[in-house]
Ligand binder design. Structure first.
Ligand code: HMG
Ligand code: MG
Length: 308
């Protein structure tokens, strides 16, 4: 049976913007967070504390974290690849600290090397003290398993490799695992198989899906995940997103599209779709292109018709 409530983790400010070549002002990122929470987002991945040489777009991480207008009841998270990143994330003013951090590993050796410059096993050893310190500081730790459905360098990724990384993450105390389709190649049955491997090591509440939409499969993959009872998904406003180290991969599944689908299925997410469309239109104006979300485009066209 499908879940009655689904939690959407809004990754637009982080995954959505990290791959943008043009600089996006910190003030616009802050306004985006503000608009998202006004539209009902209760989990927001705000930025990443990674090397500014690797991902220049996120180099304003501390400023953005320090200046967002926090809303009670919203959980703010950031990516941290290592202890240096976590220490930086913890160094923002106490009241502005994230409540959650995300370590990101991969089920593919080749991608691990390209994205974080170390092997899968080395990444786990890097994450071990990050998890310990984050817990000491009272933060929850999510772990992303990139390339769980395929790798831009290696191609096929065996399910055993997905399960191996999930097990390693569990072993170092990561609280929640996200099965990530970095390049959007997954199809529903395969997504279910990958999630089932994660569910062997984590309870249902602590497994989520992170689906890029490169091949147009993301909504189908969410639908297939719901059938397993999985009820937490990363989504990105206006369908923004991509990883600088996964060439050719397009945006994440659009928050607006997922909310529209779930509303149609009678599943609550706590979002106001019209306000989400406004948030997506805002960041799309900043970027100078229309939203990739099909739902947003349809609703904006309808608004324009009504106004004409
Ligand atoms: P490295 O070069 O091996 O690191 O990079 P290093 O420890 O040798 O340090 C090199 C330099 O980086 C030093 O500075 C460090 O201080 C600095 P220098 O002495 O040369 O001036 N440095 C840092 N600076 C700021 N913050 C830090 C940090 N760490 C080191 N945290 C490293 C290793 C992991 C740092 C690098 O590879 C990196 O930053 N990678 C991040 C790549 C990234 O952000 N990718 C996108 C996010 S993942 C994603 O999108 C996938 C996801 O959405 C799920 C999915 O779709 O699959 C989550
Ligand atoms: Mg991603």
């Amino acid at each position: 049976m499908n879940p009655q409530h689904v939690t959407l983790v809004e990754v637009g400010p982080r995954d959505g913007l990290q791959n943008e070549a043009q600089p996006v002002a910190a003030a616009d990122k802050i306004e985006l967070v503000q608009r998202l929470q006004a539209a009902g987002s209760r989990e927001i991945e705000v930025t990443s504390f990674v090397s500014p040489k690797w991902v220049p777009q996120m180099s304003d991480n501390a400023e953005v974290m320090a200046r967002i207008h926090r809303l009670a009841g919203v959980r703010y998270s950031v990516l941290v690849p290592n202890l240096k990143g976590l220490v930086a994330a913890l160094s923002v003013p106490l009241a502005q600290r994230p409540q959650e951090v995300v370590v990101f590993g991969a089920a593919s050796e080749a991608f691990s090397q390209k994205n974080i410059n170390c092997s899968v096993e080395e990444s786990i050893e890097r994450f071990r003290p990050v998890v310990a310190l984050a817990h000491e500081a009272g933060l929850k730790v999510r772990g992303a398993v990139s390339c769980a459905l395929g790798c831009p360098y290696q191609g096929e990724v065996p399910l055993d490799d997905v399960e191996w990384v999930v097990r390693l993450m569990r072993g170092i105390g990561v609280d929640h695992v996200g099965v990530a389709d970095t390049i959007g190649v997954g199809t529903p049955r395969r997504v279910q198989a990958a999630l089932e491997r994660a569910l062997k090591h984590y309870p249902l509440d602590e497994v989520s899906g992170h689906f890029h939409d490169t091949y147009g499969q993301a909504l189908a993959n969410i639908h297939a995940s719901l059938a397993l009872g999985v009820h937490v998904f990363d989504t990105s406003i206006a369908g923004l997103g991509g990883c600088p180290y996964a060439k050719g991969a397009t945006g994440n599944v659009a928050t607006e599209d997922v909310v529209y689908m779930l509303q149609g299925m009678g599943i609550d997410t706590g979002h106001d779709l019209d306000a989400l469309v406004d948030a997506g239109a805002f960041i799309s104006r900043v970027l100078g292109r229309p939203p990739a979300s099909r739902t947003a485009r349809a609703l904006l066209a309808r608004r324009a018709q009504v106004a004409a």
